[in-house]
Ligand binder design. Structure first.
Ligand code: PLP
Length: 428
């Protein structure tokens, strides 16, 4: 098949043979995107989970402008700058108590690679042979090779399988089966002496917006602690208010040994990531012996402009108003999904914090269920940016979303179900 003449740009997670038309966006403002042909789109998934306060938030934009004129890039080995220092200091105040050091990088996947290297480096430097990583079924931690290795094995990484390292996987704590998860973790921790356990707290995002309760997170931390297994919290998606609290771990009163934050770290304005760790992990790398250095860097580590955006984001979180927005989005989201609980065409209608998800009942399951692209196309026609994961439709809006926007979004979901099932819902 000969492709038509088209843009040379190769898009992520896009099958160009099936999706020829790529939406050209010229402006973002709040919860809206504006296309080159004058259409307005409601960004119901925060542009892949990154935009928290809305597109082009004036406080963040202004911080970026100011910093860009002063210092826009600097080697971060042997050098530092005010935005990075301030972000690190403020992060440690906001993050769960007990995290002491901040390592900067530039994407979520990289922050996961850094976390894994910190964990392995820790055990190596204190002279213990602990190298195995324990993971949770259906998890997603990014698309680089190490991050794929600790994520679910699926068609997304089948071609690269031979490159991925072996891990121990414990089952997802589905409702009523939580104990099986805890038992599997306990047995892995006891018998395999793993280096670390990595997990997405409260919600597995790309795995299908699978939600589990805080007490399970709490128990998993306790089990790891009992066997000295480092607990890595991947809060790349769950951080920055998504689950109702600033970080999901707060709800379980858990301090991870290592935590990864990215996505909303800059409010979604620029790429930046951090990996936080406890002092003993830093200390294991602290020595007059240069072979014990933490050997990791990206060219743009702690880019000053990205750090200025992060600093502006942290300013916004100091403000009560920001937390009120999160609380009100959570309330509006609960009201919005209420009627779907009685709609027989959907199942597993669920919410954690500001995120809702519901599964369209269908014969075909999985990410490649044919409903996925059909739904996406339907939503696109309605001016809604929604990207179902197979039959799972989820709504993860920026916190400036209004009740009227949510009406449009859920109206679109209802109409999509009507269109696909060819009938109106018989709502009880
Ligand atoms: C998005 C995501 C990542 C990867 O982040 P990138 O910035 O896309 O590399 C890792 N873990 C989780 C839980 C994510 O949602």
């Amino acid at each position: 098949m000969m492709p038509k003449k088209r843009s040379p740009v190769w898009h992520p997670f896009s099958q160009h043979a099936l999706q020829d038309e790529i939406t050209r966006v010229i402006r973002g403002d709040g919860a809206y995107l504006h296309t080159v042909d004058g259409r307005r789109i409601i960004d119901a998934i925060s542009s892949w989970w990154v935009v928290t306060h809305g597109h082009c938030h004036p406080h963040i934009v202004s911080a970026i402008q100011k910093q860009a004129e002063k210092l826009n890039q600097i080697i971060f080995a042997g050098h530092t700058h005010e935005p990075a220092e301030e972000v690190a200091a403020q992060l440690l105040k906001l993050a769960p108590r007990g995290l002491d050091y901040v390592f900067f990088s530039d994407s979520g996947s990289t922050s996961v690679e850094v976390a894994l290297k910190m964990a392995l480096g820790y055990w190596h430097n204190i002279g213990k042979q602990r190298i195995r990583i324990v993971v949770m079924q259906h998890s997603y931690h990014g698309d680089t090779v190490g991050a794929m290795s600790v994520g679910a094995r699926s068609v997304f990484n089948a071609a690269y399988g031979p490159l991925l390292f072996d891990v121990t996987s414990i089952p997802f704590p589905a409702r009523g089966h939580e104990q099986a998860t805890l038992d599997a973790l306990e047995s892995a921790c006891r018998n395999e002496m793993p280096a670390a356990f990595i997990v997405e707290p409260l919600i597995l995002g790309a795995g299908g917006m699978l939600m589990y309760p805080a007490w399970v997170l709490r128990e998993m931390k306790r089990i790891c602690e009992a066997s000295d297994v480092l607990f890595i919290a991947d809060e790349i998606m769950t951080g920055w208010g998504r689950t109702g609290t600033l970080f999901a771990c707060e709800q379980a009163n858990v301090t991870p040994d290592i935590a990864c934050y990215s996505k909303g770290l800059t409010g979604g304005a620029l790429p930046l990531a951090v990996t936080l760790c406890r002092a003993d992990i830093f200390d294991a790398h602290y020595a007059k012996d240069r072979t014990r250095t933490f050997f990791h860097s990206s060219s743009y580590t702690a880019n000053p402009v990205a750090c200025a955006a992060a600093k502006a984001n942290l300013d916004l979180w100091q403000d009560q108003e920001c937390r009120q927005h999160v609380a009100s989005v959570a309330t509006m989201q609960e009201q919005a999904i209420e009627s779907f609980r009685a709609d027989p065409r959907f199942e597993n209608v669920r919410r954690t914090g500001t995120i809702t998800a519901l599964d369209l009942k269908a014969k075909e399951a999985g990410y490649f269920a044919s409903n996925g692209p059909k739904l996406q196309a339907f939503f696109k026609g309605r001016g809604l940016l929604l990207r179902p994961l197979g039959n799972t439709i989820y709504v993860m809006p920026p916190y400036c979303v209004t009740a009227a926007d949510l009406d449009e979004i859920y109206g679109g979901i209802t109409d999509a179900a009507d269109a696909l099932t060819g009938r109106r819902a018989s709502v009880a």
